[in-house]
Design a protein. Structure first.
Length: 263
């Protein structure tokens, strides 16, 4: 499968730091860091004025989709950036993305697509045309910055089996431009770690044994959905037409907690 197209089952698990450390010890040398290693994942999530995409996601339909702009670390204008459409249907996740310099991607997603400034990747690639259709259909705009620190690993026996560990989930609604840094409100005080297992099929026996022994169970958790619900927790879901009037109260500087167990 192309590095710009992914099809897999993604299962999430919420761990406290002790359970995370126990999992790392149990997995031992069966997993290895990938080329990104320990990195900062920065995203801008796009939605329309009624937050249609995230509200639909929260309702857990059979089919849902979202669009985001992603970089690894705080970008400069020429830093490679990924425009991604992520779809989920029947428990299978389909992710398609195109790559271009950050400034070009940000311009296209904010104003360029309406004014006819389309990057070559959008005009000439099938994925780009899908993204262009998505923009025309939903008319989205930047809604949330969401960042986190990720340790990305893969199985030595089967490199298609990936296990990622996300910590320090942070977010903001102001300054939704990744060039403005990765500070934001900490979602849960930095206490929990989101483990995500991404597999093309069944888990290997060693992995199922570890999950069972440590009593680690799947959790329903969407970063965008959770941040949205925390931000608008006092707004009834039926009052979404007025949801853009609510604003996050204040920003706090992001501080890195103690480094988790190295893999």
């Amino acid at each position: 499968m192309s590095e710009n197209c992914f099809e897999r089952i993604e299962t999430k698990y919420l761990l406290d730091r002790k359970k995370y450390a126990d999992f790392c010890v149990a997995a031992g040398t069966r997993i290895k860091m990938d080329e990104y290693g320990d990195s900062k994942i920065l995203n801008i999530y796009f939605d329309n004025d009624t937050y249609e995409l995230v509200r639909r996601s929260i309702e857990k339909p059979a089919y849902k989709e979202k669009l985001r702009l992603r970089t690894y670390g705080i970008p400069e204008d020429d830093t490679p950036a990924f425009i991604e459409i992520k779809k989920k249907y029947g428990g299978i996740v389909y992710k398609r993305r195109i790559t271009m310099p950050y400034a070009e991607a940000f311009d296209y997603l904010t104003t360029g697509w309406k004014e006819g400034r389309k990057p070559e990747a959008v005009k000439n690639e099938q994925i780009g045309r899908e993204i262009d259709h998505f923009m025309s259909f939903y008319d989205p705009e930047p809604k949330f910055f969401i960042g986190y620190d990720r340790i990305a690993t893969y199985s030595k026996e089967d490199p298609s089996l990936r296990i990622t560990f996300d910590r320090n989930l942070r977010y903001r609604q102001t300054g939704c431009d990744l060039r403005k840094g990765d500070t934001g409100l900490l979602y849960d005080g930095g206490e929990n770690i989101l483990m995500e297992i991404k597999a093309a099929g069944a888990y290997p026996l060693w992995l199922t044994e570890i999950l069972d022994r440590l009593s680690i169970y799947p959790a329903s958790f969407s970063k965008y959905g959770s941040v949205y619900q925390k931000t608008y927790k006092n707004v009834p879901i039926t009052d979404y037409m007025n949801v853009t009037k609510v604003r996050t109260a204040g920003m706090t500087a992001f501080e890195m907690p103690a480094r988790p167990v190295a893999i």
